[in-house]
Design a protein around this ligand. Structure first.
Ligand SMILES: *[C@@H]1O[C@H](CO)[C@@H](O)[C@H](O)[C@H]1NC(C)=O
Ligand SMILES: *[C@@H]1O[C@H](CO)[C@@H](O)[C@H](O)[C@H]1NC(C)=O
Ligand SMILES: *[C@@H]1O[C@H](CO)[C@@H](O)[C@H](O)[C@H]1NC(C)=O
Length: 356
């Protein structure tokens, strides 16, 4: 490993460690305090008669109602005690639990077509409404009628109350010799939503003048689900081009398609600095590293002819690995954990102002 790469990796691991330490220190006092509300937060004291089970009551199982299944499709749930070693929550999509629920998770895409899709019944003051959204602001219409309703936000944004990214890195307990999958092809891209006016398609139009890209997805080569990883892993590079550019909006295109299949991501999305919050600097190539698509094409061709240099994009894998595909159960258990640990919640007066 080159000294620079080594230094970068160490810095990254160190920063993750400090972050974990801060988080631990932050959560510690609230744990010790148990069910008592924290001093100076009178709002935590408001428990209504008849609504005695508050989020803070130890021993009782919190009830979380999923107002809808994500995109209307039931998903597998898992015990939070098994996922996170915390007390279980009763997570259900059965609306008969509405009045008893300590929290209601509202998935933006399933309610944004009309305010009538939101819960309508009388709402207990101690019930938390959680606004849940994994789409970017460009694809999150009608935020306006979500104002003054929600107590917690749950999204891919780091500053959400409940942070549910599309993926993350895990530190290995033992260093590993990562073996790079056998490579026979150069660049792949999977795209289903082809919008000629989008930045990513325009960039591709420029790039293809200098470099051949194999394109999969509707109107292009088919990519059956069971061939996903075996197909993409043959490529040295994968174009992880996001559909819109927003802070922290880094999706499964990076986590699953590129990193999950062992192809080096070429990213188009938020800034390099933003990506470096989630990944070591030498785990990806950013289109902004180059003045234009020609420069990127030239660089990829150089790496193609220089295996030692290409392999440096895998050095970080000695100590880190991408999370396995993130699934809904993890997101919901994060909500369960947050409800058990946090004591007071604000109301997001304007979601539209925050989420843009
Ligand atoms: C929903 O919950 C109620 C109350 O526990 C129960 O009677 C009903 O059968 C449940 N419905 C479904 C579809 O599971
Ligand atoms: C949640 O937000 C609602 C709507 O603004 C508010 O009435 C309620 O008091 C808040 N609940 C908590 C527990 O903060
Ligand atoms: C990785 O490979 C090197 C050299 O081939 C070897 O010395 C080392 O023990 C291996 N480490 C692991 C964790 O397998």
């Amino acid at each position: 490993m080159s000294p620079l790469a080594c230094k970068n990796l160490l810095l990254f691991i160190l920063s993750q460690f400090i972050l974990a330490l801060c988080l631990f220190a932050y959560l510690q006092p609230s744990r010790n305090q148990g069910p008592e509300p924290r001093a100076g937060n009178p709002s935590a004291l408001t428990t209504q008669p008849g609504n005695s089970p508050t989020a803070l009551q130890a021993g009782s199982e919190l009830i979380i109602l999923l107002w809808t299944w994500p995109f209307g499709h039931p998903v597998a749930l898992q015990k939070c005690s098994e996922l996170f070693g915390i007390r279980d929550c009763h997570i259900t999509a059965n609306r008969s639990w509405y009045h008893k629920a300590n929290a209601v998770i509202v998935h933006h895409r399933d309610v944004c077509s009309s305010p009538e899709k939101l819960p309508q019944g009388l709402r207990s003051p101690s019930q938390h409404w959680i606004w849940f959204n994994l789409e970017s602001p460009s694809h999150s219409p009608n935020l306006g009628f979500m104002d003054n309703l929600f107590n917690l936000t749950m999204s891919y944004r780091r500053d959400s109350d409940i942070f549910t990214p599309y993926g993350w890195l895990e530190v290995l307990s033992q260093p590993q010799n990562f073996s790079i999958p056998a490579k026979s092809k150069l660049v792949a891209w999977v795209i289903s939503n082809w919008n000629p006016a989008s930045r990513r398609v325009q960039y591709y139009e420029e790039l293809k003048k200098y470099l051949h890209v194999d394109i999969y997805g509707s109107h292009h080569m088919p990519l059956p689900r069971d061939k996903h990883f075996s197909t993409l892993s043959q490529y040295k590079f994968y174009l992880a081009f996001e559909n819109s550019l927003h802070e922290d909006y880094i999706t499964e295109k990076l986590w699953n398609n590129a990193l999950g299949s062992g192809a080096v991501p070429v990213v188009c999305g938020p800034s390099r600095e933003n990506y470096e919050r989630f990944l070591p600097p030498d785990a990806f190539i950013h289109i902004n590293d180059f003045p234009n698509a020609q420069g990127l094409a030239q660089y990829l061709q150089e790496l193609d002819k220089d295996p030692a240099r290409y392999q440096r994009y895998f050095q970080w894998r000695t100590w880190l690995k991408p999370s396995e595909r993130s699934f809904w159960a993890i997101h919901f258990c994060k909500a369960c954990r947050a409800l058990q640990m946090t004591e007071t919640y604000q109301t997001r007066t304007s979601l539209a102002k925050w989420f843009h």
